[in-house]
Design a protein around this ligand. Structure first.
Ligand SMILES: [Zn+2]
Ligand SMILES: [Zn+2]
Length: 239
């Protein structure tokens, strides 16, 4: 019965507050398929640090030294206004369903990566960047876990949002300079399960990656589980 009532309630809400595309205001979807197809997917993979062309998206020889990651795949460009608006709606306006069109973008980025790599689907695990408990309670969800779950409906790998936890509450990275970001995030994560990650190809999923300090810190923990490779997968590299 409750399900029936909640459906009726959703129907009433849809009439009072219709869902409109944030791009063209077309009713019915948060981002309509036509606006979604306007978001340009990065077809060229590049070194995540210096930006030089790298066939498979890995760090170039000069930039590889300090990272536990093989590379970071950014699906689209931060210059894209619609993408930025969609991420903002998901993170700060709590529009959960925005994770669907955004996962389509992540999937398109992943497909570019898949076109250059041979992997067995059983060997790939998505690990979303965890939120601190309290923060997740306030927001009601972890946006990166939603993105990973939605992505997985399209890519059929494995999502594990229980292997890595955030043990430190940290101020939002966006307000800090690069050096403070690294200090801020240091020691923020803890690996909870190791066996499942051993020998696998891990994709750490995040929304926007700016200095990559968060991804690096997650990778440092995940590396303790001795995976085969660690990659980052994000919607875009921010500024
Ligand atoms: Zn639209
Ligand atoms: Zn480089």
């Amino acid at each position: 019965m409750w399900e029936g009532i909640s459906k009726i309630w959703q129907f009433i809400l849809d009439i009072i507050f219709p869902i409109k595309c944030i791009g063209c205001l077309w009713e019915g979807e948060w981002v309509c398929s036509s606006c979604l197809s306007e978001i340009e997917i990065n077809k060229k993979l590049a070194c995540p640090r210096c930006g030089c062309i790298s066939d498979d998206g890995s760090f170039c020889d000069q930039c590889r030294v300090t990272s536990k990651m093989t590379g970071i795949v950014a699906a689209a460009s931060y210059e894209d206004k619609l993408l930025r608006q969609a991420v903002h709606a998901l993170k700060y306006k709590f529009v959960r369903d925005m994770s669907r069109p955004l996962a389509t973008i992540l999937h398109a980025g992943l497909k570019v990566w898949l076109s250059r790599h041979q992997v067995d689907w059983q060997d790939v695990i998505f690990v979303p960047v965890p939120l601190y408990r309290q923060r997740q309670r306030q927001r009601g969800f972890n946006q990166t876990a939603l993105l990973a779950q939605e992505l997985n409906k399209r890519a059929k790998f494995t999502v594990r949002d229980d292997v890595l936890v955030r043990i430190k509450s940290t101020p939002a990275q966006a307000k800090l300079d690069p050096i403070k970001r690294r200090k801020n995030i240091k020691g923020a994560f803890q690996l909870e399960k190791t066996a499942i990650l051993r020998g696998k190809t891990i994709f750490i999923i995040d929304d926007i990656c700016t200095t990559s300090a968060t991804l690096e810190e997650c990778a440092k923990e995940i590396d303790k589980a001795k995976p085969r490779k660690i990659w980052g997968l994000v919607l875009a590299r921010g500024k």
